[in-house]
Design a protein around this ligand. Structure first.
Ligand SMILES: Cc1ncc(COP(=O)(O)O)c(C=O)c1O
Length: 505
């Protein structure tokens, strides 16, 4: 047996096993209930006639299976998770406790309004915090995540332009933007034009001004940007955008860097989504859950999606139809009121931190990032010199001539117990490595991160190419075929396919 191989295929206490369906032992069962007798007649002929198709497994087997799976996962509760642009920070358990209170967790969205006044008050209070923190007068609470918020904001802008009787066809997006920005604009029927970054990694103001005209519906900026930089000419950008009669959209995914310090409404932003799941810490990743409320200016507020939460004579009520006061609303983007569980968590986070605590968290996020930057800048290649906001951008120049790519470097981090940073995003630099440590990492944890990254950078420059191209060696899985996984995902076990495969063997 080669070194590193084992008799069972297990790696230390990481145990490999087939899927539950493949371990099916007909007749086994996790519960031992007395026979309830024939169902006939009790369901009026609707009773199931065939087996349900679930695998037969004992309770310990099921529990071990899911526990083993959970041990193969990496999570913010396991260690640093420095994915740039994702704000993977600690999720305080207080938030979870509150979201699980029966009065919140057991609500049904179709309950009469009079019985859910507490829940509506919670949404109203959260909306108030968001308005205060952003300095923007209105908010649409229902979007389910950042990208959904972008869709909401762009639809609102389109409705406002329609109401002005203007057909503008272009949305301008900086070249460093997250892919969801241009995708959203295109989905809403706009032509997307990139605005190049300048040598300082900021939007090139002169090029933006040159491109703005009466065909531009909106400029979609991310601030702080995905390069981890504050757009220091944002006031001039806002002035130019408004002078052209366009709207100024802000992607607020990176609000964690400035919450409590800067109010986007003061910067001339007309519309901005927030990622509650990032800035206000709810467990996220792997596709959900999220919450992406959209802040709106006075001019855009009348077009906000339904439902609207308003104060009435008998308490809070939901406006569900596009009529009367809500006649210009763009309609619904989501069933019911939005991600209520996320609202509870976000408000718990805000109230337990207070305004000062939120500002402190942002400052600490920026401090952590600059601490890591200072610890790495002499061994890695910082894309734009100078301090950063909550995340820092390196490129692959320091790997030049080594035969090691950004991906190899990221895989080698896994063997050291570090979750890799975001790689190959943003697209404005070659082989991007975007690191966001967040405020919830201790100095000790940042020091370990810096020590490992420095050692890896030195090892790479020392010419140990095979170490990187062969990584990871110690993870439960080595390199996966990510392209096939993305292009032909197999998301469900199907008995027919499994038996066809067996027959072919
Ligand atoms: C800058 C930026 N904009 C938008 C999004 C989309 O947010 P969501 O994943 O919540 O849809 C992300 C997500 O990572 C992001 O980083």
């Amino acid at each position: 047996m080669a070194e590193g191989e084992t008799i069972t295929g297990n790696r230390a206490l990481q145990i490999e096993e087939p899927l539950l369906f493949e371990m099916d032992a007909p007749g086994q069962c996790g519960v031992d209930l007395p026979d309830s007798g024939p169902f006939e007649d009790r369901l009026g002929g609707l009773e199931r006639r065939n087996p349900v198709g679930l695998p037969g497994l004992s309770e310990p087997r099921v529990i071990r299976h899911f526990t083993r799976l959970s041990q193969k996962n990496y999570a913010i509760d396991a260690g640093i998770f420095p994915l740039g642009s994702c704000t993977m920070k600690h999720n305080p358990r207080l938030n979870e406790r509150l979201a699980r209170l029966p009065g919140f967790a057991q609500l049904h969205p179709m309950q009469p309004e009079s019985t859910v006044q507490g829940a509506l008050a919670l949404i109203d209070t959260l909306a108030d915090w968001l308005r205060t923190l952003t300095g923007m007068p209105a908010v649409a609470m229902s979007p389910a995540a950042g990208a959904h918020g972008e869709l909401c904001g762009t639809m609102v802008i389109r409705a406002a332009l329609d109401a002005r009787g203007e057909k503008r066809s272009t949305v301008l997006v900086p070249d460093s933007a997250h892919g969801t920005n241009p995708a959203t604009a295109a989905m809403c029927g706009y032509a997307v034009e990139p605005i190049p970054s300048n040598a300082r990694g900021r939007v090139d103001l002169a090029l933006l001004k040159e491109r703005l005209d009466d065909d531009v519906a909106a400029f979609m900026l991310t601030n702080p940007s995905t390069c981890g930089l504050f757009e220091d000419e944002i006031l001039e950008q806002a002035e130019a955008v408004h002078a052209a009669g366009a709207y100024f959209y802000c992607d607020g995914a990176n609000f964690n860097a400035i919450a409590g310090r800067v109010r986007p409404g003061d910067l001339g932003i007309d519309c901005m989504h927030l990622n509650l799941h990032k800035t206000f810490s709810t467990p996220h990743g792997g596709g959900g859950p999220g919450s992406g409320p959209v802040m709106l200016s006075e001019a855009l507020a009348p077009f906000a999606p339904l439902p609207w939460l308003v104060h009435g004579a008998e308490g809070l009520r939901l406006v569900e139809r596009a009529e009367g006061e809500a006649a210009r609303a763009i309609g619904r983007l989501k069933s019911f009121h939005g991600q209520f569980g996320m609202f509870v968590r976000a408000l718990a986070y805000m109230m337990s931190h207070g305004g000062d605590g939120i500002r402190q968290a942002s400052e600490d996020a920026v401090l952590s990032a600059n601490y890591v930057l200072a610890g790495l800048e002499d061994v890695m290649s910082l894309s734009y010199p100078g301090p950063c906001m909550h995340e820092m951008l390196f490129d692959d120049r320091f790997l030049k001539g080594t035969g090691i790519a950004t991906l190899d470097f990221a895989k080698a981090m896994i063997d050291e117990g570090l979750h890799p940073m975001t790689v190959y995003f943003p697209l404005v630099v070659h082989g991007a490595m975007l690191i966001e440590p967040t405020e919830s990492e201790s100095r000790q944890s940042l020091d370990v991160f810096i020590r490992v990254m420095r050692a890896l950078a030195e090892r790479a420059k020392g010419g140990d190419t095979a170490w990187f191209t062969g990584a990871p060696r110690l993870a439960p899985r080595r390199r996966l075929d990510e392209t096939t996984a993305a292009r032909q995902p197999v998301l469900r076990w199907l008995p027919e396919e499994a038996s066809a495969e067996k027959a072919a063997e």
